[in-house]
Design a protein around this ligand. Structure first.
Ligand code: C5P
Length: 441
């Protein structure tokens, strides 16, 4: 079991990119207003994936200071990180002309990411033992810390490791992964490090939720507000091995949940996505429209705001086959039926004052997009529809960025240019806060 803020095995956790200042990719000083990530790398086979984490963070405009443990350098060369990061890799408390590098790194960090984090590192950190530059930096820093465990399933499941993770999570340390999957040596199971893209999204989301980042917002303007967010694309079974799905990854919905939590809301995330559940958010995992409908309607009964960011199937196989359909039986005829429209149902069941937000993924732009959003608003009885043109580069499915128009029932039309999904989330939440204020809430 995965504790606290951490994502459990087989679950990913996650979020979104930058309104961050871009800084040069090699050996530059961190620019004023830029963000510094200390990237700790420990000695696990997944260390090679930390190279990708480093590169993606730099691409996102983050100043990356790599700190490698001695064993990490057995897996990946120091030179690789020095070449890709924003400053040369640090490998030791001693030498390098600096007497106390850990305090400087700890102070400079806006975020410390440890990827991969071995059982040893997690144990030392939980126990408060500083035995090398990375553990010293972790104990010296007051910045948020994101730990990305990677180890064999047996090690991950060991009570000692789980206790250490629980202790760290209870202290507010964030976790991404591990996931189920193929491990070193060919084994399968929990313990595989989260995908570099998921780690970077989680890191950027943590950076963006720092009070000083982005437009000044009242970080408590949703305090105590109960928000249900749906996310991800549903899967409708054809038979036990096949399903009808869509391209949604859940990134926007999960970013919304993270942003709402950062503004003080009590957030329930009903998700059909495998990406990381943001820290502090309680999540229910679902797969089909029927499961999503049941969970969302149940949670909505006590919610002040429901945001349907999920890409819910509009059609589903009428009668899923109980057994696998075989080729030898010929091409099957799959009869579809309309799926229940959850948003429309929520609008019928709506509590007094409840705010309903829908999403619309469209293949239209400009005025046409606004028209479609307005039509959806009316058809579904929502208060707000957030529409995007899926054809636009960098926007919509799978991206860490989005470009949307936010249309409300009072006639408001607000364009949000290509921004991180966290920033888009805040703009949607600004709209929700405004609507609630108009209703005297
Ligand atoms: O009609 P369309 O699927 O484009 O509407 C999108 C909006 O409606 C999204 O907010 C989505 O979550 C919601 N929806 C729903 N139930 C469905 C289909 C979509 O709640 N079956």
């Amino acid at each position: 079991m995965h504790p606290g803020t951490a994502a459990g095995p087989g679950t990913a956790r996650r979020a979104r990119p930058p309104s961050l200042a871009v800084c040069p990719s090699t050996h530059a000083e961190a620019p004023t207003g830029g963000r510094t990530v200390v990237l700790g790398v420990t000695g696990g086979i997944a260390a090679y994936k930390a190279v990708e984490v480093c590169r993606r963070l730099v691409d996102a405009g983050v100043h990356v200071a790599p700190v490698l443990t001695r064993d990490a350098t057995r897996f990946v060369g120091e030179v690789t990180f020095s070449a890709l990061a924003s400053e040369p890799a640090h490998t030791s408390l001693w030498g390098g002309g600096e007497v106390i590098p850990h305090t400087r790194l700890g102070r400079q960090a806006d975020l410390v990411v440890v990827a991969p984090a071995t059982a040893r590192l997690i144990g030392l950190y939980a126990a408060g033992i500083s035995s090398d530059l990375l553990t010293a930096t972790l104990i010296a820093t007051r910045a948020p810390v994101l730990v990305c465990p990677a180890m064999h399933g047996e090690m991950w499941e060991h009570p000692a490791v789980q206790d250490n993770v629980a202790r760290l999570a209870a202290r507010g340390v964030h976790f991404v992964g591990p996931e189920n999957g193929r491990l070193a040596g060919g084994d399968e199971g929990p313990g595989r490090m989260a995908d570099p893209a998921a780690i970077v999204s989680a890191a950027l989301a943590l950076l963006e939720n720092l009070p000083a980042v982005g437009p000044e917002r009242n970080r408590e303007d949703l305090a105590g507000v109960r928000i249900v967010v749906s996310a991800g694309g549903t899967r409708e079974p054809i038979d036990p091995v096949r399903f009808i799905a869509n391209r949604s990854t859940g990134k926007q919905g999960h970013a919304l949940a993270a942003a709402a939590h950062a503004r003080g809301a009590d957030v329930v995330l009903v998700t059909a996505a495998g990406v990381a559940v943001p820290a502090g958010v309680s999540a229910e995992h679902v797969e089909t429209v029927a499961e999503m409908e049941e969970a969302v309607v149940r949670h909505a009964q006590a919610a002040d705001v429901v945001v349907m960011a999920a890409a819910v199937a509009d059609f589903r196989p009428k009668t899923p086959h109980a057994e696998k359909i075989h080729k030898r039986d010929g091409v099957p005829e799959i009869v579809l039926e309309p799926a229940p429209d959850i948003l429309a149902e929520l609008s019928r069941l709506r509590r007094d004052g409840q705010v309903l937000v829908g999403f619309a993924a469209e293949t239209a732009g400009g005025d046409d997009l606004v028209e479609r959003a307005r039509a959806k608003l009316a058809a579904k009885g929502a208060d707000v529809v957030v529409a995007n043109d899926v054809r636009e580069p960098g926007a919509g499915f799978g991206h860490d960025t989005n470009a949307v128009v936010v249309v409300d029932a009072a006639g408001g039309v607000e364009w949000v240019p290509l921004s991180s999904k966290v920033e888009v989330s805040h703009r949607v939440l600004d709209k929700v806060v405004g609507l609630r204020a108009r209703r005297g809430m």
